[in-house]
Unconditional design. Structure first.
Length: 366
């Protein structure tokens, strides 16, 4: 195997596939990246058996072959080379020689035949959409995923397709985030899959904010996103995601509309003196005013007063301020709408000018 490529053409695809490579693993080959070369193309693959990332680059006059090399070492080498320099690779036996200008590196390699491939699988639904739309959907919901919950199906994000709508839902049992986007395709069958936390993190890292069209494929046990020369594949979590529709509070009759940024800043300040363990903040509502109070075991107290649009009767409710701040940071609009019913029921939080996302926060007893 032999080929030459510029340092700049190699760096970004190598960074992409290195994201899937596990730093700590039991199989030595999983810390390697697989390089497969034909006369006109190079294909690089990184995997941790859960997530697989593939990048493809066009080449000229290459000698075909395949080899695996340590991903982190190769990335560090390429990153440290001067911009614009040509990098040549030559593989023989169990060594790969990398040359660039006056630099020469000899890396150990493992047989490409030992590199694990994610099994072949059938796609049941294929969706074409703008990558910015998919990234936006995930950014609006990802913070509500559980982290190492024993209910393993909560440690990921639900993707739900139905007719012409794609929804993402995440919950950790204390709060729920739901976002939806309309698709140009219609009459798609109903399907739910749970993408694991690492897959969600990698996708958020890889996707851009633009309107470039990507392909999203959902199968029985895998999800795949193809964007340009990059192919992302992730195994799915087994298990049944909770019926999120049953969690959505109904009949809330107390509506509060507040300036998102002012409410967010008030929550940040109040949280400074909240109990570090429980992060509780009390919200007292009265006509056209909200008073936020927080206190801690040291008998310290914070109070924030805020003008809002509210015409209902006075009442108090407690929240974990971290959950509230996560939602306020995810909402983009200038005004936020809270729909409450009573101190013991969950609250719906929405962007007042955009109904594409909805958040549910459970109350706290303070």
């Amino acid at each position: 195997m032999k080929f030459t490529i510029t340092r700049d053409a190699l760096l970004k695809p190598l960074q992409v596939v290195s994201g899937a490579v596990e730093r700590r693993n039991t199989l030595p080959i999983l810390s390697n990246v697989l390089i497969q070369v034909t006369e006109s193309q190079m294909r690089m693959t990184g995997t941790d058996l859960e997530v697989e990332l593939v990048s493809q680059i066009d080449l000229e006059g290459a000698t075909p072959g395949e080899v695996t090399v340590p991903a982190k070492k190769l990335l560090d080498i390429v990153r440290s080379l001067p911009e614009g320099v040509d990098v040549s690779f030559t593989a023989s036996d169990d060594k790969v020689v990398v040359r660039a200008s006056r630099s020469r590196f000899t890396l150990s390699s493992l047989p490409a035949s030992d590199f694990p491939n994610i099994d072949e699988w059938e796609s049941e639904i294929q969706i074409q959409m703008a990558q910015g739309d998919l990234k936006d959907l995930m950014e609006k919901t990802h913070f509500s995923m559980a982290n190492q919950d024993v209910r393993y199906y909560l440690n990921g994000m639900l993707f739900e397709v139905n007719d012409d709508v794609l929804r993402t839902v995440a919950t950790d049992g204390h709060r729920l985030a739901l976002s939806a986007v309309s698709l140009e395709q219609s009459a798609l069958p109903h399907k739910q899959v749970i993408v694991p936390r690492k897959g969600v993190s990698e996708l958020l890292r890889l996707l851009g904010d633009d309107d470039a069209i990507i392909s999203l494929s959902l199968g029985q046990n895998h999800v795949r996103v193809t964007a340009g020369n990059m192919i992302f594949t992730s195994k799915l979590l087994d298990g049944r995601f909770p019926d999120y529709r049953r969690v959505l509070p109904q009949g809330g009759d107390r509506i509060v509309v507040a300036d998102r940024d002012l409410l967010r800043q008030s929550c940040v300040r109040a949280s400074i003196l909240s109990n570090e363990k429980f992060r509780g903040v009390r919200m007292a509502l009265s006509p056209n005013e909200v008073i936020l109070t927080a206190n801690n075991p040291e008998q310290e107290q914070a109070e924030e007063r805020l003008e809002v649009e509210y015409s209902g009767e006075s009442f108090e409710i407690g929240f974990n301020v971290t959950y509230l701040l996560d939602v306020l940071n995810a909402i983009q609009g200038e005004q936020v709408k809270l729909t409450l019913s009573d101190p013991n029921s969950s609250t719906i939080v929405e962007d007042n000018s955009d109904d594409g996302a909805l958040y549910v926060v459970m109350p706290m007893r303070l």
